[in-house]
Design a protein around this ligand. Structure first.
Ligand SMILES: O=P(O)(O)O[C@@H]1C[C@H](O)[C@@H](CO)O1
Ligand SMILES: O=c1cc[nH]c(=O)[nH]1
Length: 263
């Protein structure tokens, strides 16, 4: 059932990935039998959603490293048992921009943790294991290259900070609590910006580490929901956010369409 999978596309929410499944179906010209809808293959798990559209597998991964880590283990095993040949993994996400306004794309060139360390630290059998979080640079720049003049977004290839928390972990003052000031926050955000961090999200470190360990090419493409140098709250309207969430999908669909015939 899965042996023809060439592209695995994942993102946080089941709805986003269902929408992507229908979008990519249209883009690559797959057709459903009349009167049928796409089946969520994983509906009985109540954990994540999974849709298969020809060579494209679309999955939701939930929030944060533990959630995406479990999914990646299971999908990497699936690729192995199905004997898939050289699949490419994409994460289609959202993020906070650092010096980038809302509604633009960041393709991660590399991922670091909240201490700017380029590896995933995981306690295994009572010892801390370090897995290098390495992404495929060529794939990242190939995605940048397919930008079109009329795209409503810019594409920045850069370093992504992956945190264990959305609020304190990303230096927000608007969580339930925090023990730092606006001045402390801005000093931190400016410091990481000087270290070439261009965005913050919560899955790239694990995504990069597990793809690299498995020898799978992977790319993280996120749309910025705000510029964190200007504030903490996501204030764009629901309609605008829904539109922005489609930008990573448009870029990845363009890449898949361009490369499908060659693979
Ligand atoms: O799938 P996305 O990128 O939307 O997930 C981001 C990172 C966290 O899981 C979540 C925080 O709101 O959004
Ligand atoms: O600021 C943001 C926005 C989306 N996701 C994050 O992790 N941070």
């Amino acid at each position: 059932m899965f042996s023809d999978v060439k592209y695995v596309c994942m993102g946080g929410t089941p709805k986003r990935m269902e929408k992507f499944a229908y979008y990519i179906m249209n883009e690559i010209g797959c057709k459903l039998p009349a009167g049928t809808t796409l089946l969520d293959i994983s509906y009985q798990s109540y954990r994540y959603s999974m849709y298969k559209v020809g060579p494209v597998l679309c999955l939701s991964h939930g929030m944060g490293i533990p959630s995406v880590g479990i999914l990646l283990h299971e999908i990497i095993k699936l690729m192995y048992h199905a004997k898939c040949k050289d699949p490419i993994f994409f994460r289609l996400g959202t993020c906070g921009g650092i010096g980038i306004e809302g509604g633009n794309l960041v393709v991660s060139e590399s991922a670091v943790d909240g201490l700017l360390q380029p590896f995933l630290e995981l306690p295994v059998l009572g010892k801390l294991q370090r897995k290098p979080a390495i992404l495929d640079k060529k794939l990242a720049y190939d995605l940048k290259k397919i930008q079109q003049l009329d795209d409503p977004f810019t594409i920045t290839v850069g370093k992504t900070m992956c945190t264990y928390d959305f609020y304190e972990g990303q230096g927000r003052l608007d969580g339930a609590f925090c023990n730092f000031t606006e001045t402390d926050k801005l000093a931190f955000l400016r410091k990481i910006h000087e270290e070439n961090v261009v965005n913050m999200e919560m899955e790239s470190l694990c995504f990069a580490a597990l793809c690299h360990q498995a020898g799978i090419r992977g790319a993280v493409i996120c749309v910025t929901l705000l510029n964190r140098l200007d504030g903490d709250q996501v204030t764009a309207s629901k309609e605008t956010l829904n539109e922005w969430q489609e930008y990573p999908q448009q870029l990845v669909a363009r890449y898949i369409k361009k490369n499908m015939t060659h693979r």
